[in-house]
Design a binder for this molecule. Structure first.
Ligand SMILES: *Cc1c(COP(=O)(O)O)cnc(C)c1O
Length: 389
């Protein structure tokens, strides 16, 4: 049976070139980067090269990039580290209602510890309105955290403009750019951001490695106390293989960026057009214009997304309902709720995310099966409705 993975926003497979680059650093070049002999300095050198490659992908200087264990850790560090460093200045933080849980839950933790959090609303496409941000900033505001690209509906924010407003009031700006990396051209200097979170496993690198960009001169508390790694800000012996893999993935992403974006956008548009042509009562969630190239978040009226997911899984197709984090529970997606999508439509929503390995044949297979699954489930749901179940 054909296997079609359409959940590249959840994670991506490690590219062969990336794996090849990583392998020698497990058992051959395994030296501790802090050791002074040759085996150690070879590892240190490999980390330096990887840091250069990842920095280059976002237009940062090498000494402004700090490796972390994940995108989640980078988000946690940015938010809690700024809150702690600037607590004498104020206790107000602004974010949005559509952030990843790494940001939302860090803010909720701070709310329990004396901080005030404003969760900005978004419009029906998922975009933050500049005037809402402007009106929310007070003289107690120390941090604004707004994601670059949403992981569920793919909406892209105007980070440059939101950052300009924030900086004009002398407030620190953080963006979670985990979904943006490799899918949107990023330059931290042009955007003007102070902090940016990124992750390896969303760009065909390994899991368990991320990074936080910290603009030179930004006051932030250290994340991990111990050794001198990552300029003493994030102690702990480096994830050497992970860092090397992230570096290679970043290098490939930079080389292929235009091809990747064009190819994935074309397939995604073809997919959406086919769904709309072959299935009735469907809606596209999010923005058509400001959208992650590979994202299609679609509501299928009158059916449960979870039932569709399970049927599609039996046919070898992997997709997601809302964000992977909430897929174990039936609480409606906080992102779709924030966009104003009614609860019954949220329950009929699926997220399809296309990636580099996806082919047109994959899409054709998924369309064929989707048509069958939707027809089957709608037949069941109309029977149950008629019988008053
Ligand atoms: C995946 C993701 C994260 C978390 O990154 P991990 O490396 O998986 O911890 C954070 N934010 C967004 C938008 C993501 O998509």
């Amino acid at each position: 049976m054909r296997q079609v993975y359409l959940d590249y926003a959840a994670t991506t497979p490690v590219k062969e070139e990336v794996l090849k680059e990583m392998i020698p650093f497990f058992s051959e070049n395994f030296g501790n980067p802090s050791s002074l002999y040759t085996k150690g300095s070879a590892s240190k050198e490999a980390i330096m090269i990887a840091r250069r490659k990842v920095s280059s992908l976002i237009g940062a200087d090498e000494n402004e990039l700090f490796f972390t264990s994940s995108g989640t850790e980078a988000d946690d560090w940015a938010i809690i580290g700024i809150a702690d460093a600037l607590k004498s200045k104020g206790n107000h933080i602004i974010t949005t209602g559509i952030e990843h849980h790494a940001v939302l839950h860090s803010c909720e933790y701070l709310a329990k510890n004396g901080y005030e959090i404003t969760f900005l609303p978004v419009d029906k496409e998922g975009r933050v309105r500049a005037e809402d941000l402007e009106n929310a900033i007070t003289d107690k505001t120390i941090l604004v955290s707004i994601m670059y690209v949403n992981n569920e509906v793919g909406t892209i924010q105007d980070i440059k403009e939101l950052c300009r407003i924030t900086k004009s009031k002398n407030v620190v700006f953080h963006t979670d750019a985990v979904q943006a990396l490799g899918n949107v051209k990023i330059n931290v200097k042009e955007l003007g951001v102070d902090l940016m979170s990124i992750s390896g496993h969303k760009i065909y690198g390994p899991k368990g490695i991320g990074a936080l960009y910290i603009k030179r001169g930004t006051k932030i508390s250290d994340f991990m106390h111990g050794g001198a790694q990552e300029n003493k800000k994030r102690a702990g012996t480096e994830n050497l293989t992970g860092i090397v893999g992230f570096g290679k993935a970043a290098e490939l992403a930079e080389l292929n960026s235009e091809n990747h974006i064009t190819k994935v956008t074309e397939l995604r548009n073809y997919f959406i057009d086919q769904v709309f042509e072959k299935i009735d009562d469907v809606f596209l969630n999010g923005s058509r214009e400001f959208r992650h190239p590979g994202n299609a978040n679609i509501t299928f009226e009158f059916i449960e997304g979870e039932a569709m997911l399970l049927y599609l899984d039996l046919l070898g197709i992997s997709v997601s309902t809302g964000s992977a984090c909430s897929s174990a529970s039936l609480t409606p997606s906080h992102v779709l709720t924030c966009l104003g999508v009614p609860v019954e439509k949220i329950h009929g929503s699926l997220r399809f995310t296309i990636g580099d390995p996806t082919t047109k044949e994959d899409i054709d297979y998924v369309i064929e099966k989707l048509v069958e699954v939707v027809a089957k489930l709608r037949a069941i749901s109309s029977v149950s409705k008629a019988k008053g179940w």
